[in-house]
Structures are given as structure tokens and as C-alpha cells.
Design a protein around this ligand. Structure first.
Ligand code: PEP
Ligand code: MG
Length: 851
């Protein structure tokens, strides 16, 4: 039988004391590890979660026991020790035990000014964090002398009607009580829960002998870390503040008495001042890395020349640094590769995925704003959303410049390459939408002024810009640059690539991308997507002069006429597919046949109808009548997807021919492609039969005409509940089933994906839905239909390829769901591909570890 460890409320930290992060917190456990490594840690006592919980409800631990290891008249620090250091905790209180008698002693050692500062700081933090007095009443005075100390004492007495406590017992009791209670406060609870802490997360405390200040030799305190928290590169960073030098001369980087750590031509350094202690610190850094298997920031003091290690915490790090550190630790065999893969939060990768300005390119900075959505993009200035759309339809990249954006600007934002606003912060409309769209965005560039009447933008240095001029938005740094500096693809640096390659070794489900354009496909290829899981072809008909041809096709009198117009679209479609196939050479591209209702291609306003009448050379009333006739009450449930393919088969014929001719064309260049054709919105097996037989005919025609052979696979997009229910028949005619969770969610809930936003937040707030099902896959409902469809599909076609390609495809819950059901791949937006690769690997590793 396993022996149960019993933990005491108070534990003196020794190498063998019974301690656990889930009982005493991460800091306490870390201090014990430092002690085990024989680092000179001052005497420390850990309070367990239970002891702190009891303190919060008024039952303090035995103070005599707690104080016993610290000797007479101690000076103590009290620090929080939550289970995961990221969950935070109340502010540390230093110098508990400071009182009038101690003050007199310290004056002798350190001089009046330093001793007074120390006492003032203690009163200040006690007043604010323990007695909870108004911080405005307890500013540090400009002059620190006996008078200012008296004044602060008097303020304390006035505010509390009590003298400042002088004995260490009562100071410590109040400190423990207040820290314990702070942990139970609503804000603290919400903050830590946001970081993943459970509702009942406990807090431990560590009480430690202060180790600074009293000695005639070198005294002071510092921090040191051995990597750069921004880049993750190895580098010694930190500083040391000498008590003796403080107040005598300004030496170092920021604070009086601050020294550089390493030898530095700009000023004195700890390495010069105390070379032995510096060398020891560096060796402790190596020891921490090897034994704690982490990059640590080490807090230390020198007390009369002797080194003390008072704490060590994980180095705070950017996403980029997190990747580099994890990879470096694994490359140095400090941790195994799979642990490196588990250590990086997949969402953190998103930041690293955007195009950036080439670091070597010259920058002509117009203004510095707030970096709201990462990445860089250039374009011509447009001042309105409609100008952005017009620019996009001409194929010209533009930057939408607005004082601030509103929901009406959304279409313009979609059309723009980047967004710049003069107002707003990181949670403004422009910032939120920009991040959602993966669109570089700078907000709050208040040094620019914009005159909408004249269309002039004036920079702080007097430069005047007009609509149409080329600028570049760098959403990573917040800078806006004149012109179009060279950019580099997303930051696929070595560590990033290595981590994802390792992830791929553990991953057991495929990741493809939803990509419609060559640009999307290129991004997907750069992120090592295993292919395209969904190419929505309809956007191809909105571009440039194609819209006109499309409209002519809609107005065609009969099949022959329609074919004639479609023949003009054919080369354009073929070129589209050819471009995608070339980029995805050697991989699979799944092309979804035309899906939207036709009326989406027709104008709705008078001016548009007039233009259309002119274009198709028909009288306006006839055009209006034809447009009205195409209108539907429920277009998303109407003539779209395969229904259109059956009612107007010439469209799918043309698309199939374009796909096959593109396969032949790239084949001639030696490019092999595995092409898939997917039929949307299927609800009956016969739909598949009909489309399939026509496509087979076309494939044969193209083969014969070009004297070429090629393969393709034909599959079904399962996005209606009936298709799930009838998957067994449908699968007999399909090589693959790809679940379109957007429409499937819409139809399972009977909830319009275009209108649900109006009441979704109230539904989620009232707990009707746990989450917005268009965001988070509804495993219970939609998931059940998918599982049922997959199982039925497999009944008639056991090795049928299964996947998900809706917006949910890249989410953790959808990947988890698909893995558990043995799906072949998920398909998600190109920028989501690395995140999905890492997530899939983490799920596979976690599964293995739990077995
Ligand atoms: C879907 O319905 O899930 C899907 C991917 O197709 P679309 O969003 O184009 O309707
Ligand atoms: Mg759909």
C-alpha cells in the first residue's frame, strides 16, 4: 500500500522536508530544489495551502513555531507561493520586523538615508497592502530623513488610530492574514481563473530571513537571467543594486547604485566588483537550467560580500522566446523533444505567423502608433470602406485609414491589406477585427491628422499624404512607414520550424488548409499544410471582369448560351487551379464545386440594376424581373450547392473541365498533384450519382482530347443533417466525406449563421448555449451527427477518408474530437495550420502519457 505523506502547516525548507507544489506551492518547492542544489538560500519556512486558508478565516499558525528558526529580532520577507507561479498572488511584503529599535541599528550600519528609506518602504507597503490604507497618502517622500519618517508614521496613526506596530509577531500576524485574504478577493480569483487556475486553487506563503543590507563588506541585491526574454537567445541580463553605492553616486543603467552584471564599458559591473560571486552566480544559472530544466531568473543578495539566493522564478518570455527556449533545452538534452512540444502554448504561435518588414530594409517612419494586430502590409491609402472595396476589386492592395472604424467598415477592412486608425487602443473595433482577420493593424496613431474633406493626412513632421499614396503598416511594432519596404515571410525561424517538425513526429492526424487563392495556398505551403482541404471556388467569380461574365451566364437564355459564356470563364478557372496546383505540388488539393446561391452575384440597388441592364443588353424592367425571380426567402436553404449543380449542370461541367485541364497542364511541367473534387450541400445519394456520372464523362473527354491520363478522387461535403443520416448510401459513391461544420451547425440548430450574432451573446450569457456553436464545435449535438455520419459512412466504405473542414477545424476541441474518432485530417485556415499541428501533437502526446 502506498504511504500517505502527511504535511505540516509550517515546514522549514530543508533538502529532505516533505514538500509538494500542490501543498506548499511552486515557489516553496522551487526554494527546496535550490537548497538541494546547495545554493545559499536564507532560512525559509513554508506555510501550506491549508495553513494559509486557516489564516484567512482568522486561525493563524503558531507564530512562536514560525519565528523560531529566525532567531532574535529577525527581518523577514513574506512571498506568495501558488501552485503554478503564473497564477499570481498577493504582493510580497519585505522587511517585516522593521521597527524603531532596528532602525537605530541600521543607521549605524548603513547610514541614515539608507536606513530611513528601508523603514519608509516597509511602512508604505504595510500601510497599503496590509492595513489597506489609501496609497495616495503613502507616497515615498522626495527627501528621506527622520522628519519624513515621522510624518509617515503620523499618517499611519491618523488613518488607523493606532501606532505603527513594533513587534514582529503582530506585524507578521497581520501580514499573513492580509495576504491570505487577498487571495480570496474576487479580482484575484478571476485573474487566476483566467490563467487556468481551478476555482479552489490554494495559496501557500514563504517566510524568509531577509538577507541584505547589514554588513561592512559589499551589500546589495540583484536579479540575473541567462536568456533574453524577448528573443530567447542566450544572454546574461539583469542588474545589481549596491547598498553602499546607492545614494552616493549614480552609476548604472537606471537606478542609483545599480551596476551592470557583466563587464561593460559604460560603467562598473558586478563582475568587476565581486568576480568570485559573479562566477558563482553564472554557475548557479547553469545548475538551475540543468536541474530545474528551465530558464530561471535568479534573485540574489550580497550580504557582507556573501552570496545569498533568495528566489528563482521562470523567466518571463515572449512567444518567440518560449519556442526558442523549449527547443534549445531539448537540443541540449535537458528535456526530451516531446516535452519541448508540450511546453509551447499553441495559441502563442499565432503571433509568429505573420509577414514582417525585412529587418535590413530602411524604414521611413511616418508615425508610431499602437501595435494592434501583428504583421506588415503595404498598400495605397484609401479613406473609406467603399474605396477599399473598389481598390480590392481592381486587385490593388490598399491600406484603410480611418479616424476610428465602426462595424460599417467591416467590408472595407476585409478588402484592405492593412488598417490604420488615429484613435483607439488594443481593444478598439479596428484592433479586434484586425486580429480576427489576421490583418496588420496600427491604432491610436494620434500624431497623424486627417482632413476628410480634402483627403489630406498630415504627419507630425509636417509631411502631407494623399489618398492613393503607398504606405506600409507594421502591426508588429506599431510603426507606419512611407513607401513599400521589402517584407519577409512569416517568422519561420529555425526554432519555430524545428518545434513544428518535432510536433509532426508525434502528431497522428493530418492537417490541411482551407485556401482559395494562390496567396492562401502559399501561406499554407509555407506552414507545411499537407494539402488543401477546402478550396472554395466561388470567390474566383467575384474577381475583376469575371463578375460581368458570371452575370451574363446567369442571364443566359438556355444551356447552349450558358455554355458559351462559361467557355469564357473556363480559361480563368483553369489558370486559378493551375496556380494552386503549382504551389501545392506533390500534395492534395480538394476543390469544392460552386456553392453559393446565384443571386449573390446580382446587384440589389437601382444603379447596379441599370448597369446590369446595359451589360446584358436587356431592358431594365426585364432585368429587374429576372433578378426578383432569383430572390429566395431562405437562400442558404435554397438553390445553392449541389442543387444548383443539378439544375444548371453547365457550371459544374465547366469547373470539372478546368480542374482536369489544369492537372494536365501542370503534369506537362512535371508537377504531380492529387486532385479531389468535392460536392457541397448534398442531402441525397442520387445527387452524388448524378454529379459523379457527368464528371466522369468530362474526365474522359479531357483524357482523350489531351491524350493524357490522370486520377482524381470525388467526395462529398457532409453539411446537412440528412447527409449524416444517409451517409451509408452516400459513402458508396464517394472517396471521402468532409464534414462542413459551418452549415452543419446552422442546420442542426436551425440557426442562421448570418443572423445568430444578434442574440448569441445573450444566449451564451444566460447559459442557453455554453459557447457560440459557430465558434466552438458543439460536440454534444453537431458532434453526435458527425460521429453518426462517420460510422454510417464507414459501414459501406470502411476505408473512406474522413475530415472536418468548417471554421472549427483548427480548434483544440475539434482536433481532439477527430483524433478520437480516427479521422484522417482536419482542414483549417492557413494561419491556423501551425497552431493545429502543435495542438494535434500535444493531444497525441497527452494521450500516450495518460495510458
Ligand atoms: C461549411 O459549411 O462548414 C463550409 C466549410 O462551407 P462554407 O463555409 O463555405 O459554407
Ligand atoms: Mg457550407
Amino acid at each position: 500500500m502506498q504511504q500517505q505523506t502527511t504535511y505540516k502547516p509550517l515546514t522549514l525548507i530543508t533538502p529532505t522536508a516533505a514538500m509538494s507544489p500542490s501543498v506548499h506551492g511552486g515557489r516553496a518547492k522551487c526554494l527546496q530544489r535550490l537548497v538541494r542544489m546547495e545554493m545559499p538560500v536564507p532560512v525559509t519556512v513554508a506555510l501550506s495551502f491549508d495553513a494559509v486558508h486557516d489564516a484567512a478565516i482568522g486561525n493563524l499558525p503558531d507564530l512562536a513555531d514560525l519565528l523560531a528558526p529566525f532567531g532574535d529580532a529577525p527581518l523577514l520577507s513574506v512571498r506568495p507561493s501558488s501552485q503554478d507561479p503564473d497564477w499570481g498572488g498577493p504582493s510580497a511584503i519585505l522587511n517585516v520586523g522593521m521597527n524603531d529599535a532596528r532602525y537605530v541599528e541600521l543607521i549605524n550600519w548603513l547610514g541614515e538615508e539608507t536606513a530611513t528609506k528601508l523603514y519608509l518602504r516597509f511602512i508604505q507597503s504595510y500601510a497599503i497592502h496590509v492595513a489597506r490604507l489609501d496609497p495616495d497618502e503613502f507616497h515615498m517622500p522626495d527627501v528621506t530623513d527622520a522628519e519624513s519618517l515621522k510624518a509617515m508614521m503620523a499618517t499611519f496613526e491618523y488613518e488607523t488610530d493606532e501606532p505603527f506596530p513594533q513587534d514582529v509577531d503582530s506585524q507578521l500576524a497581520e501580514v499573513l492574514r492580509s495576504m491570505a485574504r487577498a487571495w480570496d478577493g474576487t479580482t484575484a480569483r478571476l485573474l487566476r481563473q483566467a490563467k487556468g487556475a481551478p476555482a479552489d486553487a490554494g495559496l501557500g506563503l514563504v517566510v524568509q530571513a531577509m538577507a541584505t543590507g547589514t554588513g561592512r563588506g559589499e551589500c546589495g541585491q540583484g536579479v540575473i537571467q541567462f536568456v533574453d526574454g524577448t528573443s530567447g537567445a542566450p544572454r546574461i541580463i539583469g542588474r545589481y543594486v549596491s547598498s553602499h553605492l546607492a545614494g552616493t553616486r549614480a552609476l548604472g543603467p537606471e537606478t542609483e547604485g545599480a551596476l551592470y552584471l557583466t563587464r561593460d564599458p559604460r560603467g562598473p559591473s558586478l563582475e568587476d566588483l565581486c568576480p568570485d560571486q559573479y562566477a558563482k552566480l553564472v554557475s548557479y544559472g547553469d545548475l538551475c537550467r540543468a536541474r530545474l530544466r528551465e530558464e530561471m531568473e535568479v534573485k540574489f543578495t550580497l550580504q557582507d560580500g556573501a552570496l545569498r539566493i533568495i528566489d528563482a522564478v521562470r523567466v518571463q518570455r515572449s512567444s518567440r522566446a518560449a519556442v526558442r527556449i523549449a527547443v534549445a533545452l531539448a537540443e541540449d538534452r535537458v528535456i526530451p523533444r516531446e516535452e519541448a512540444v508540450m511546453r509551447v502554448e499553441p495559441a502563442a504561435l499565432s503571433e509568429l505567423l505573420h509577414r514582417q518588414i525585412d529587418p535590413t530594409a530602411p524604414r521611413d517612419i511616418l508615425v508610431q502608433g499602437i501595435a494592434a494586430s501583428p504583421g506588415a502590409a503595404s498598400g495605397r491609402i484609401v479613406l473609406t470602406a467603399s474605396d477599399a472595396q473598389a481598390s480590392a476589386s481592381r486587385g490593388e492592395p490598399c491600406v484603410l485609414v480611418r479616424r476610428e472604424t465602426t462595424p460599417e467598415d467591416i467590408r472595407g477592412m476585409h478588402a484592405a491589406s492593412a488598417v490604420l486608425t488615429m484613435r483607439g487602443g488594443v481593444t478598439s473595433h479596428a484592433a479586434v477585427i484586425g486580429r480576427g482577420l489576421g490583418l496588420p493593424c496600427v491604432v491610436g496613431a494620434s500624431d497623424l491628422s486627417i482632413d476628410r474633406k480634402t483627403g489630406k493626412i498630415v504627419a507630425a513632421d509636417g509631411r502631407v499624404l494623399h489618398a492613393g499614396e503607398m504606405i506600409t503598416v507594421d502591426g508588429t511594432t506599431g510603426q507606419v512607414l512611407l513607401g513599400e519596404p521589402k517584407t519577409v515571410e512569416a517568422a519561420l525561424d529555425g526554432a519555430f520550424q524545428t518545434l513544428l517538425e518535432w510536433a509532426d513526429e508525434f502528431r497522428d492526424i493530418g492537417v490541411r488548409a482551407n485556401a482559395d487563392t494562390p496567396a492562401d495556398a502559399q501561406t499554407a505551403a509555407n506552414f507545411a499544410a499537407e494539402g488543401i482541404g477546402l478550396c472554395r471556388t466561388e470567390h474566383m467569380f467575384f474577381e475583376g471582369d469575371r463578375l460581368g461574365v458570371m452575370r451574363e451566364m446567369i442571364f443566359a437564355e438556355d444551356g447552349d448560351d450558358r455554355r458559351e459564356v462559361l467557355d469564357r470563364l473556363l480559361p480563368m478557372q483553369r489558370a486559378d487551379f493551375q496556380a494552386l496546383f503549382e504551389i501545392m505540388a506533390g500534395k492534395t488539393v480538394c476543390v469544392r464545386l460552386f456553392d453559393p446561391p446565384l443571386h449573390e452575384f446580382l446587384p440589389s440597388d437601382k444603379a447596379g440594376l441599370r448597369d446590369l441592364a446595359e451589360q446584358v443588353a436587356l431592358p431594365l424592367p426585364e432585368v429587374t424581373a429576372r433578378v426578383d425571380a432569383l430572390a429566395e426567402y431562405n437562400p442558404m436553404l435554397g438553390m445553392r450547392g449541389v442543387r444548383l449543380g443539378i439544375a444548371i449542370p453547365e457550371i459544374y461541367d465547366m469547373q470539372a473541365r478546368a480542374i482536369f485541364e489544369a492537372i494536365v497542364a501542370v503534369g506537362k511541367k512535371g508537377i504531380a498533384i492529387s486532385a479531389e473534387i468535392m460536392i457541397p450541400l448534398v442531402s441525397a445519394m442520387r445527387e452524388v450519382e448524378l454529379v459523379k456520372s457527368r464528371i466522369e464523362v468530362i474526365a474522359n473527354v479531357v483524357r482523350t482530347k489531351n491524350k493524357a491520363d490522370f486520377d482524381y478522387r470525388l467526395g462529398v461535403m457532409v453539411e446537412t443533417p440528412r447527409a449524416c443520416l444517409r451517409a451509408q448510401d452516400i459513402a458508396e459513391h464517394a472517396d471521402f466525406l468532409s464534414f462542413g461544420t459551418n452549415d452543419l451547425t446552422q442546420m442542426t440548430y436551425g440557426l442562421s449563421r448570418d443572423d445568430a450574432g444578434r442574440f448569441m451573446s445573450s444566449y451564451v450569457q444566460q447559459g442557453v448555449y455554453v459557447e457560440d456553436p459557430f465558434h466552438t464545435l458543439d460536440i454534444e449535438g453537431v458532434g453526435e451527427l458527425i460521429a453518426l455520419g462517420a460510422a454510417r459512412g464507414r459501414r459501406s466504405h470502411p476505408d473512406i477518408t474522413l475530415s472536418i473542414c468548417g471554421e472549427h477545424g483548427g480548434s483544440r476541441s475539434a482536433i481532439d474530437f477527430c483524433r478520437k474518432r480516427g479521422f484522417d485530417y482536419v482542414s483549417c485556415s492557413p494561419f491556423r495550420v501551425p497552431v493545429s499541428r502543435l495542438t494535434a501533437a500535444q493531444l497525441a502526446i497527452a494521450d500516450r502519457l495518460s495510458q
